[in-house]
Design a protein around this ligand. Sequence first.
Ligand SMILES: *[C@@H]1O[C@H](CO)[C@@H](O)[C@H](O)[C@H]1NC(C)=O
Ligand SMILES: *[C@@H]1O[C@H](CO)[C@@H](O)[C@H](O)[C@H]1NC(C)=O
Ligand SMILES: *[C@@H]1O[C@H](CO)[C@@H](O)[C@H](O)[C@H]1NC(C)=O
Ligand SMILES: CC(=O)N[C@H]1CO[C@H](CO)[C@@H](O)[C@@H]1O
Length: 865
Amino acid sequence: MAFSAASRSDEQIFSGRESSSSESEYDYDFFWRKDTPLTKILDIDTNTKDSHVARDERLLRLTGSHPFNCEPPLSLNYQQGFITPSHLHFVRNHGAVPVVDESEIMNWTFTVEGMVDNPLTLTLKDMIRDFPQYTTPITLCCAGNRRKEQNMVLKGKGFNWGASGVSTSLWTGCFLWDIISKANPSKKARYVWMEGGDDPAKGPYGTCVPLHMVRDTERMIMVAYKQNGEFLSPDHGKPLRCVLPGIIGGRSVKWLKRLVVSDVPSNNWYHYYDNKVLPTMVTNKMAAEEDHWWKDERYTIYDLNLQTITVYPENDERLIINETNESELYEIKGFGYNGGGKRIGRIEVSLDRGKTWTLCDIDYPEDRYREAGYVDLFGGTVNVCDRMSCLCWCFWSTKVEKKLFKSSKDIVVRGMDISMSAQPRNMYWNVTSMLNNWWYRVAIQPGDTADEVKFEHPCIANKAGGWMDRVKAQGGDILDRTWGEDDEDDSGPKVKKEVVDEDLEMMINPEKRDVIITAEELAKHANKEDPWFVVKGHVFTGTPFLDEHPGGVQAITNVAGEDATDDFIAIHSEGSKLLMKKFHIGRLETTAVSAPTDAVTEITPTLLNPKVWKKITLVKKEIISHDSRIFHFALESPEQTTGLPVGKHLFIRSKGPDGKLVMRAYTPKSNHKQKGILEILIKVYFPRGDIPGGKMTMILENMEMGTQIEAKGPTGEFEYLENGNFLYNEKPGRADSFLLLAGGSGITPCYQVIAEIVSQEKDNTKMKMFYANRALGDILCYEDLEGFKKFTNANLEIDYCLSETPEGWKGLTGYLNKELWDQYIEEQKKNGEFMVLVCGPPGMVGAIEKLVKESDLDPSRVVYF
Ligand SMILES: *[C@@H]1O[C@H](CO)[C@@H](O)[C@H](O)[C@H]1NC(C)=O
Ligand SMILES: *[C@@H]1O[C@H](CO)[C@@H](O)[C@H](O)[C@H]1NC(C)=O
Ligand SMILES: *[C@@H]1O[C@H](CO)[C@@H](O)[C@H](O)[C@H]1NC(C)=O
Ligand SMILES: CC(=O)N[C@H]1CO[C@H](CO)[C@@H](O)[C@@H]1O
C-alpha cells in the first residue's frame, strides 16, 4: 500500500473529489470502495420542496413522501459492508432540505457564540484552512432505530423505524473542540448548542451536546464537510454538519449555522420535545399534558445504547433442512453497535430462548483503520490510531447445525459491552420509543413442506409482515414470556441441547447411566463400611478404594449417603475423575435433590448449626389422619442427632413449584436423643376452593421420597433442662408445675416437654395439659400422650377438648373460656411455682393473651411457642 504524504492542495479542497492521479495511490479496496451513485430526482419528490434532491429509490420511506426519512433495506445495508455508500445512508429530516448552490459551498458561514471570549464567524473555507482535517469512519444511528417494534405493542409519539436506521461513513472535517477552543469558552460553559440552516415547523432544528464530550478526543466529535470522499449531499447536510459518533443521530445537526456555548442545555423546541427516553410509566397523555417531563434533562439521551441485530436469516427466508446430514451448517449473521465508544465485548445467540448461548465471532473493521496508522484520505488524516474508542459498528456471525432450526422456535441475539451491560430480554416501552434494544428475535416457523422452515423478523420497516404482526393477529401478547407465541406444542421436540457436563461425562459408566438408585438404597450405604456417595446426581461406591484413597478413608465415609459434588469436583484432578468410571453405580432416582448450597459437607455429631443450612432427606411419610402427617427425614448420618434442645424449634426451607424458597419453623416430634432421624408432625393445609393451601405444608405433602430439604436452627426462647429447670430468654428459671395449653398441631412443643420430663426418671415436675381440637379425628398423638401417663415418674393430666363433640364424648367441650382458665390457674397456684406454655392456632393464642392480661399472672411466666 502506498500513501501520499498529507497535503491539502486548494485543488483537493475545492474539488470535493480526489484527483484521478492521487486516486491510484490509495488502496481503495481497503479504505473505500468506489461506488456509482444510483441517485436521481425521483417522481415522488418532484412535487415537494425537496424536488432538488437526488435520491436512491431503494431507500424505504418511513414518513410518506415528505419530509424525507428513510432507512435502507436491512439486508442491502448489510451487503454494503463496513462503509455504507452515502446514497444508502439512512436519513432523518425534519423539514425541507435547504437549497445550497455548488458555488456557495465554500462561502457557507456559521457562527460560534454564547459564553466565549472570542465569538467567531467562519466560512467553510476558513474551517478547512484553519483547523487540522481528519477523515474517520463513524457509525451514525437514529435513536428511533427499531421503534416499530415498540409501536407494534403500543403506538407512542414517533414514526416507525425498522432495524436499519444505522449506517457508517468516512467523514472528513475537523474536531468541533478545535473550533470551540479557538473561541475561548468560559469556565462555566457546560454545553455546545448546535443549530441548522433548515426551517422545519418549529424553527431551525437545534439541539446540544455536553461540552466535556466535545473536549474528549476519544469521542471524535466533528464538524464535517465530506462523506465518503465527496462533498456532503443535500440530505446529509450539504455543505456542513456536525458528526457526533456514539451519540444518537439526532444530535448530529445538519446544515450547521450556529454553535452556541452555554451553561445550560439548548432551548430549541426540538431539543426539549425530541430525543428523550421518558420513564416507562409516563403515558402518551401525561407526556402531552405535563411539560415538566420534557424539560427534565435527566431524560435526555446522548450516548447510544448497546444493540445487536440479526440480518441473516432474513425475514421470510426459507430453508430446506436435511436432518440426517450432520454437516449442514447455517451461518447466522448480523451487526452490532454501541454508544460512547465502548467496544462490544461479546455477542451471543440462543436457539432455546436464552437457556443456552453460543458465542459469536465478531469482526471489528474499525480496528484495521486503527492499525493502519496515519494515512491521508480525502483531504484529511485518518487518525483512528489516536484513539481506543469504538465508534463504528461491528459484524458478528456464528455457524449452527441447520437441523437445530427444526426444533427451535427462534433465534435471539444479545450483546454485552466491556462494561458488562447487556441487552435486556424485555422491552422498555416508552412514549418516544427510542433506544429500543431488547433481544432481537427472529422467529422460526414451519415452512410449506415438512422439511422446510421459514424465518420471521419482528417487523418490516414500512410494511406489514414479521412475527409481531402474526402474533397480534393470533391474539398473542408480544411482551409475554414466549413473545406471544402459542406455547401448546412446547412438549414437542425442543432444542433441549442437553448441556454436556464434562466433569460428569468423565466419571460415569455409559452402561450404568440409566440404572436407577433409590434414595433408600443410598441411605443404606450412609455408613463407614460400604459407603456410597453422590456426585452430580450419580451414585458412586467408595468401598473398593477406601484404603487406597489418597485423601484418606474419612474423606469418603464423611460423605457416605450424601451429595459430595462440591467437594469432589473442587479437589479432584481430571485423572481421578476418569478413575471414577469403574465405581459408578447409577443415577440417583430423584431429580429433586437440590443443588448443594452453602451447606457444610463435613458431618457434625449434631445436625443443626444456627448459621448454616443443612440437608435432610425425606425417607418416610406417615399418614396419621386425613390431614396430619409425620414426615421422617434422615439426618446427615445415622449416628447424628439433631442437637435441638427441648422446647426449641428449627427452620425448614425448600423451593416451591414457583421456584421461590419457603421457610417455616417447626418443633419436631422426634426426641433430641434420637439418632439419624428427624420427625416432623404437620397438619397439611390443603387448598379449599379459592383458598390456596399452605405453602410449606403442600410442598411437604407433594415431596417425593429421597428429596432433600434444608434445615437450620435451633431457634426459640424456651428450653427445658431437667427437674423443672428451664431457660427462658436465656435466663434460668424453675417451675414445680407446667400448665400446657395446646391446640391442633401446636401439640409438638408441649409434646417435647412432656416426653422429656417423663423420660427423666427423677423428674417429678407436675404437668397439666389442655389440648383443644375441632373433632375427635383431629386429636394428634393420642396414644403417645396416654402412654406418657404410664411412666412411673409421670405426674401428667390431660384434658382433651373438642368443639364438635361426638356422641358419648367424656372430655371437655367448646374452648378455653374464662371459667376454665381461672380454674386451671387456681389449681396451678396450689402446686407452687408454675409456668404456662402455649402453642396453638392464632385464635386460641389471642384468646389466651387476653386471659393473661386480665388476670394477675406475671406475663414472664407464660411462653408462647
Ligand atoms: C464567496 O466569497 C468570496 C469572498 O468573500 C466572493 O468573492 C465570492 O463572490 C463569493 N461567492 C459567492 C457565490 O457568493
Ligand atoms: C440428506 O443427507 C443424507 C446424509 O448426509 C443423504 O444421504 C441424503 O441423500 C440427503 N437427502 C437429501 C434429500 O438431500
Ligand atoms: C451434507 O451437507 C453438506 C453441507 O451442506 C454438503 O456439502 C454435503 O454434500 C451433504 N451431504 C450429503 C450426503 O448430502
Ligand atoms: C405509558 C405506557 O404505556 N408505558 C408502558 C411502558 O412500557 C411498559 C413495559 O413494556 C408498559 O407496561 C407500560 O404500559
